[in-house]
Write a protein that binds this ligand. Structure first.
Ligand SMILES: Nc1ncnc2c1ncn2[C@@H]1O[C@H](COP(=O)(O)OP(=O)(O)OP(=O)(O)O)[C@@H](O)[C@H]1O
Length: 250
C-alpha cells in the first residue's frame, strides 16, 4: 500500500518541553491508523500539527507528493487533509443540512458566499447530503443543530468533515463523552468509512481502537515508541508495561 501521509522528525516544543519529539510516522492510503498513548503523550498536538492548526518547530509533513509543512489549515483541507470539525463551527440555528452545506462550501472556496442561497449550490448540497448519510444522520437532516443530542452533534461534526470530500480524515477522540451505545454506533460508523477514506484516529477507548485499526502507533512522552498491527501491539511487553494501571489493552 502506498504511503499517503508521512512525517519526518516532527517536533513541537512548548518552552523546554518537547511535546512531539522527532515523530516519523507513515500512514498508508486506505488504512485506519490509530494513535494511542498515555494522557499528555502529545496525541492531540500531533493531530493539530498534521491538520495545520499548529505549526511545527522542525521536521516535515508530506501529503501525497507534496510537502505541506508550510501550508495552513485551509490549504491542507482543500487538498483533502481534513480534521473533523475544523472547517467551520456548528451554527445552532442552522439545520444539519445547512451546516453540512456550509462545510462543503468552505472546503472549496476561500470565503462563504452568503449572498447566494446556501442550499442553491447543487454540488455543495450533494456533498452535504452524502456526508450526512455517511455519518448516519439522515433522519435528522432538517433538524436545527440546537435540537441534536451530544452524540448526534458529534455525528454532525463528522458529516461536516465528510461533506468536504476528504481523502484523509483526522479524528481526535470521536467517542469522548459518549455513552456505551453511542460509542458502539460510532465504531460501526467508522467501520463503514474504512477503506473509503484514510483515517488517523486518536482514541482512548481501547476496545474501539483494537476493533477498528489496521495499524496502531504508540506515542509516549512525545516519542513514537512502536507501530504495528493490533496483534503486534497487544503482544508488545513495553506497551503493556506503559498501559499497566491505565486503560486496559483489549
Ligand atoms: N498550548 C500549550 N502550552 C503548553 N503546553 C501545552 C500546550 N498544549 C499542550 N501542552 C502540553 O503538551 C503535552 C501534550 O499534550 P496533548 O494534549 O497533545 O496530549 P494528549 O496525548 O493528546 O493527551 P490526552 O490523552 O490527555 O488528550 C501535555 O503535557 C500538555 O500539558
Amino acid at each position: 500500500m502506498k504511503t499517503l501521509l508521512q512525517t519526518e522528525a516532527l517536533i513541537k516544543r512548548y518552552g523546554a518541553i518537547l511535546v512531539t519529539d522527532q515523530v516519523s510516522l507513515d500512514v498508508r492510503e486506505g488504512e485506519l491508523h490509530a494513535i494511542i498513548g498515555p494522557n499528555g503523550a502529545g496525541k492531540t498536538t500531533l493531530i493539530n500539527q498534521l491538520s495545520g492548526e499548529l505549526g511545527s518547530d522542525s521536521g516535515h509533513i508530506r501529503f501525497g507528493d507534496e510537502d505541506v509543512t508550510a501550508l495552513g489549515i485551509n490549504a491542507r483541507a482543500r487538498m483533502g487533509l481534513v480534521r473533523s470539525y475544523q472547517i467551520t463551527s456548528v451554527f445552532d440555528e442552522f439545520t444539519v443540512l445547512e451546516n453540512a452545506t456550509l462545510a462543503a462550501l468552505g472546503a472549496r472556496t476561500h470565503a462563504f458566499r452568503f449572498w447566494r442561497s446556501l442550499l442553491g449550490d447543487r454540488e455543495a448540497l450533494a456533498a452535504a447530503q452524502e456526508g450526512i448519510e455517511a455519518a448516519g444522520l439522515s433522519a435528522r437532516t432538517h433538524a436545527p443543530a440546537s435540537e441534536l443530542g451530544y452524540g448526534e452533534r458529534r455525528q454532525l461534526e463528522l458529516a461536516m468533515a465528510l461533506a468536504a470530500r476528504p481523502k484523509f480524515l483526522l479524528l481526535d477522540e470521536p467517542m469522548a463523552g459518549m455513552s456505551v451505545q453511542e460509542s458502539a454506533a460510532v465504531v460501526a460508523l467508522l467501520k463503514s468509512l474504512k477503506r473509503k477514506y484514510t483515517i488517523l484516529l486518536v482514541e482512548h477507548d481501547m476496545n474501539a481502537v483494537f476493533a477498528l485499526a489496521d495499524r496502531i502507533s504508540v506515542l509516549v512522552y512525545g516519542r513514537l515508541m512502536v507501530t504495528g498491527t493490533p496483534e503486534e501491539i497487544r503482544g508488545n511487553e513495553e506497551v503493556r508495561a506503559i498501559y499497566l494501571g491505565e486503560e486496559e489493552i483489549a
